[in-house]
Design a protein around this ligand. Structure first.
Ligand SMILES: [Fe+2]
Length: 275
């Protein structure tokens, strides 16, 4: 049964982010930009980087409005993997074994209890609209929804959301790591992106969203990447994500749809002839 929290009425501008991924410097940077905004976290505070416990402690001190990502759920359940359901032996599967194992050692029982208490989703009223916060999908928290995903898939998710949360005007989501805004029927679906890892675009800055009455703006988050990379090196977390922070490209594109890959799935074909 999905636990949907009711956050009541929220006023003012929203600063929305997901995927802090144990990247403490990125979390510090985004919190420095909060101003008067209410800050909403779409989950996965802990993942690829090395400062898992510090990131959780910082987020808790900051008093964010948070839902659980799959990583909080798995850690809260004392599970042995991140819960993404990656194919056995795939690059994501092998890479996640390293960072999840590291995080699993770093996070204590008190933090796990806090994670277990986080809702799967939340709803609130904001500027006359009803907003839902989810992690990946509603039918599955680790469903990957991309800017290029067919509208029918979003419609299926919205139908599921209606069942558990009632009518919604705005969806705030995360998980996939790539920010986007889609208008599906009358609903604004906003994936705020992630602050802990760049969106595989060859730049080191990461993404968060500002949601105001005027609309949504995706901002680039500039933070001290060196701090995060040094912490990963010191911890021995050097399987590839430390390079992704510095190159802006993910170590594996397994989960990405073709349009978002740096390397095409099928090598380009040059027709012969024509001299
Ligand atoms: Fe996730």
């Amino acid at each position: 049964m999905m636990h949907v929290a009711d956050w009541g009425q929220i006023t003012g501008d929203l600063l929305v982010f997901g995927g802090a991924y144990s990247n403490l410097a990125a979390l510090h940077a985004v919190l420095a930009l909060r101003g008067q905004s209410r800050v909403i976290n779409t989950g996965d505070l802990v993942a690829y980087c090395a400062q898992a416990a510090e990131t959780v402690a910082c987020a808790r001190r900051a008093g964010l409005l948070s839902i659980a990502g799959n990583v909080e759920r798995q850690l809260g359940d004392n599970a042995l993997d991140c819960g993404c359901g990656f194919a056995d032996g795939s690059a994501c599967d092998l890479l996640s074994a390293a960072w999840y194992g590291f995080a699993n050692l770093a996070i204590g029982s008190e933090e796990r209890a806090w994670m277990s208490g986080l809702p799967d989703a939340a709803v609130f009223h904001w500027n006359g609209r009803r907003v839902a916060v989810i992690h990946g999908g509603v039918t599955d928290p680790v469903r990957f929804l991309w800017p290029s995903t067919e509208a029918a898939v979003f419609e299926e998710e919205l139908a599921a959301l209606l069942q558990v949360a009632g009518p919604i005007d705005v969806v705030l989501s995360g998980h996939s790591g790539v920010a986007f805004h889609r208008r599906i029927k009358d609903v604004d679906w906003i994936n705020a992106g992630v602050i802990g890892m760049p969106p595989n675009d060859g730049r080191v800055d990461t993404r968060y969203a500002r949601v105001t009455q005027q609309g949504v703006i995706f901002e680039r988050l500039v933070y001290d990447v060196t701090l995060t990379v040094d912490a990963m090196k010191a911890a021995g977390l050097t399987q590839g994500y430390h390079k992704a922070l510095q190159t802006g490209y993910w170590p594996s594109e397994d989960v990405l749809p073709p349009a978002l890959r740096r390397v095409p799935l099928v090598p380009s074909f040059s027709p012969k002839g024509g001299g």
